[in-house]
Design a protein around this ligand. Structure first.
Ligand code: MN
Length: 160
């Protein structure tokens, strides 16, 4: 079960998304006024945010950018849902910081698959985790292992 915040101004879509997510065992929460979305997200602490792009007041693109700049929420996966699929839309949505993009009217299967995929990938902690991660593989030494001759310091005695 995952906590999923839905930001959507259309009541029918809210019902559809909530029903779909609940049917998959998730816990959806909906916000209709995008001006409340950031506060709601901080409070709800979702595993995934699904946001409409065409929203009154704060656009979905602006909301995505705000989430990406928020200390608490920066790593939360975001899926954008939009009725327009004009040329360049997907690039703009991804550039703002969403990982996925589904166009309306949604395909139920594609919607569910995208949700599953984003939840599987989970929060993007690379920004914070980078310095903590130990260097596991040294490509240089691996390259030496498959080299032709004995490396420096090795004595002959080729095995057969
Ligand atoms: Mn809308």
């Amino acid at each position: 079960m995952a906590k999923i915040l839905i930001v959507e101004d259309n009541a029918l879509n809210i019902k559809l998304f909530c029903d779909l997510l609940a049917a998959h065992g998730h816990q959806p929460e909906a916000v209709t006024d995008s001006r409340n979305a950031l506060d709601a997200a901080r409070e709800f602490d979702p595993d995934l945010v699904i946001t409409d792009i065409q929203l009154p007041h704060v656009s979905g693109l602006d909301l995505i950018r705000m989430i990406r700049k928020d200390d608490q929420l920066a790593g939360v996966p975001i899926m954008a849902v939009t009725a327009y699929s004009a040329r360049g839309d997907e690039e703009r949505i991804r550039a703002a910081g969403a990982q996925a993009y589904v166009s309306k009217p949604i395909s139920v299967v594609r919607f569910a698959e995208t949700v599953d995929q984003l939840l599987k990938n989970g929060h993007d902690r690379t920004a914070q985790a980078e310095s903590d991660e130990p260097e596991i593989d040294n490509p240089e030494s691996q390259a030496n292992d498959s080299g032709d001759g004995p490396g420096p310091g090795e004595t002959g005695g080729e095995e057969t």
